[in-house]
Design a protein around this ligand. Sequence first.
Ligand code: IMP
Length: 186
Amino acid sequence: MPSFRPPEVRELISKRRIDERVAELAAQITREYDGRTLVLLCVLKGSFVFAADLARAIALPVRMEFLGVRSYGADTKSSGVVQITQDLTRPVEGDDILLVEDIVDTGLTLSYLREQLRSRNPASIKVAALLHKPARVEREVEIDYLGFTIDDVFVVGYGLDFAERYRNLAFLGVLDAPSAAALPTA
Ligand code: IMP
């Protein structure tokens, strides 16, 4: 089935490459957490597609938790302010948490979330991130399972948005800036 691609989006990473990389990460996670139950903590909204694919490729008992976070608004620049819009529904004390992030850009969101989670006394916290933009790092954060390193471009698709658009694209793409600027915000 050909995947939907709006004309203003240029493909950066194909669905096939994403699928292959997710399978590799899941195999590594399965090996390293052998015999344990994993709490996959999906950071909403951007990670919902990655977390869904990763969860189904991990061959271990998995519990899903969701944390709603807002850091950008309708802009493409980090405000540095992280707002929790939806908290966990269950305690994570004593659990092995794998924080699932769509992209680590400045690192501010991830370092804030790590601190927040540490205070809830889990057994361990590790991080799986689909993408990393090292060019923009402001806060060094350790990523245990990384999908792809990318240049300093604004990416959409596979869960990632621009003003709430493009999350449903099957691949990762780059927005053609002039057309994107002309779009009304959602
Ligand atoms: P950070 O706090 O700057 O690391 O930003 C983390 C969050 O900003 C990510 O979880 C995304 O939701 C959003 N973000 C950063 N870069 C991009 C991008 O290129 N496209 C879409 N969202 C992005």
